[in-house]
Ligand binder design. Structure first.
Ligand SMILES: [Zn+2]
Length: 111
């Protein structure tokens, strides 16, 4: 009887470990993906860039989260700027007109 008890508790432990292992693997894959993106980020015009898209600097610097900016929202200021927004911080970044479009064109032609 006691042996059966042991087997049952061992089964529970194995189950927990398998579960923990799965969670850790997922977390590691996530971190590796972020690190890959981090290696390829460049800093220009006050934001980070990856694959021709702008990324939020505080999100990466503080949280190590690659957060793509949403936009653009056109600004009728006559300054030829467009606004890109971090979906987490709701902070707006002003970038030169069409810069993202141009960078994507460059990105496609260089790869
Ligand atoms: Zn952000």
């Amino acid at each position: 009887m006691e042996l059966q008890q042991h087997i049952l508790s061992m089964q529970a432990i194995v189950h927990d470990l398998a579960e923990e292992n799965r969670t850790l693997k997922e977390k590691m894959a996530d971190l590796l993906r972020c690190a890959d993106i981090g290696n390829e980020l460049t800093f220009e015009e006050g934001v980070y860039w990856h694959s021709g898209y702008p990324y939020c600097p505080p999100c990466w610097d503080v949280d190590r989260k690659p957060v793509r900016l949403a936009g653009p929202v056109e600004f009728p200021t006559g300054d030829y700027l467009e606004a890109w927004t971090c979906p987490l911080h709701k902070v707006q970044y002003m970038l030169p007109w069409n810069i993202v479009e141009n960078r994507q064109k460059n990105n496609q032609s260089s790869s």
